[in-house]
Design a protein around this ligand. Structure first.
Ligand code: SF4
Length: 176
């Protein structure tokens, strides 16, 4: 990335049913975040103060699967207001760890995990099945990994900022 664009690209990051490890990986880009800040405005994220999703966002990275009614309404709204949607990490791409509850059914999980071990927890109403993001809304780019490494995230972001859909085989070939 050599020159600063006239208009910065608006970027959001979203945390659905995930462990926050993908966001930790995002932060692991370290000083490259400063380089990216010349090209990008983070307009909504658990990492910034703004908690209202803007009317239109250029690029949204989603961590986590769709596991609750809250996740479902959030991702549908975000899709409506996002130009390019990226599934960031295996939970978003496949369901991964959260989907391990699927074979047991919601009621059994609620009883065992919440009523037995955390009876005072307030839990959003769970969906009958945990789903990867693309089973609910169209996804433009998939970044697998648990979590995807900071190098892969940086590669993908720089490709997207250059107007290209990242080819992750290139990331591997270049040792990312
Ligand atoms: S993909 Fe891995 S690191 Fe990312 S939210 Fe899921 S469990 Fe955590």
């Amino acid at each position: 990335m050599n020159s600063q664009p006239k208009h910065k690209v608006s970027v959001a990051t979203v945390w659905l049913d995930g462990c926050s490890g993908c966001h930790m990986s995002f932060l692991d880009m370290d000083e490259r975040l400063i380089e990216l800040a010349a090209f990008v405005d983070i307009v909504y994220s658990p990492l910034v103060d703004n908690k209202i999703f803007p009317e239109q966002v250029d690029l949204t990275l989603v961590e986590g699967s769709v596991s609750s009614e809250e996740d479902l309404s959030k991702i549908k709204k975000i899709r409506e207001h996002t130009r390019l949607l990226v599934s960031m990490g295996d939970c978003a791409v496949t369901g991964n760890v959260p989907s391990m509850r699927n074979p047991f059914g919601t009621e059994k999980v609620l009883q065992h995990v919440y009523l037995k071990h955390a009876p005072n927890a307030i839990v959003p109403r769970l969906l009958p099945r945990v789903m990867p993001v693309h089973q609910v809304v169209p996804v433009d780019v998939f970044l697998p990994g648990c979590p995807p490494s900071a190098d892969v995230l940086y590669f993908a972001l720089t490709e997207l900022l250059a107007g290209r859909i990242p080819n992750l085989e290139d990331a591997t070939r270049f040792g990312k």
